[in-house]
Design a binder for this molecule. Sequence first.
Ligand SMILES: Nc1ncnc2c1ncn2[C@@H]1O[C@H](COP(=O)(O)OP(=O)(O)OP(=O)(O)O)[C@@H](O)[C@H]1O
Ligand SMILES: [Mg+2]
Length: 337
Amino acid sequence: MNTAIEVEGLVKVYRGGVRAVDGISFSIREREIFGFLGPNGAGKSTTIKCVIGLLRPTSGTIRVLGKDVRRDPGAVKRNIGYAAQETAVDDRLTGWENLYLQGRFYHLSRREIRRRGEEVLKLFGLWERRNDTADTYSGGMLKRLDIACALIHRPRILFLDEPTLGLDVQTRKTIWDYIERLRSEHGMTIFLTTHYMEEADVLSDRVAIIDRGRIVALDRPGALKAGIGGDLITVRFSTGDGLEPLLRSLKALPGVREIREAQDGIHRIVVEKNGDQLIPEIVRLAQDHGIGIHSIRLKRPTLDDVYLHYTGRQIREAEGSREELIRSRVMARRIRR
Ligand SMILES: Nc1ncnc2c1ncn2[C@@H]1O[C@H](COP(=O)(O)OP(=O)(O)OP(=O)(O)O)[C@@H](O)[C@H]1O
Ligand SMILES: [Mg+2]
């Protein structure tokens, strides 16, 4: 697979001294969905803006499709689409007019815009509403239109800064489907930032966790979870003579790290990975030893646990102030009009 994006030692210090990005390196393969996960102020938007050439890095090198962003910004910009954290849609214009305008910015011909515009509006489920002004759109539709605008010139790489910020769970999932289709049907590479654990987990092939301008972990979501500890199987056995020999056999199973006993016949079995595959084996061995099972439960580490492990904080702590921030941004837009 070819490399789509290569970032080495990126540092961004804003005027005034804020070190927003503090020496990060990563590379993204073509057709990869790469998630950048982190709390408010972690440096996600700053990283994106540097990678696409909107901000000048303090130091470091960035190559997009083999081209150096600083030396060849035009070549990079032709190949990328960008949907910013705050939507760039003009809500006095219709969906179609917004797309048309964006197409003209890219010097597309009217014919190209017509063909391509129809394609993206249909892809994003907005075709029927194309002639309505965007101020009649829901939050989810606005975000979809914004992403559609970023696609008008057929970019090979799409940058999405918080594509589902402030949207409800259902709408968020619809947008995930669209993003997934851009990759599977159009072979697009997608770099997205998010502070939603589930979004990073479900959507990304690989996730970088960014905290205070540094990448603290980077891997496939499954590997990140496996890396911080195994699955936990909690079983409540019936009592009986067979229990001790059963526990001995369970301890001897490959992948079992330890068995801790709590009260009332409850045992916690810590396994390295794939706890789900061990459950049938546990049931079979219990039967062999004449021991019944009252209940059995599997808990796997979540990306939340991974985040906590690497940053010592839970990402949700930042949520409250964030929702307020979004509301105030929406308000600001309404007042401006
Ligand atoms: N134009 C700017 N001038 C000075 N400081 C800035 C500027 N833009 C961002 N910062 C600061 O840089 C840091 C990183 O900001 P950035 O917007 O990249 O974070 P983020 O991860 O995108 O956060 P959020 O989740 O809130 O969008 C923050 O401390 C922020 O206050
Ligand atoms: Mg941001």
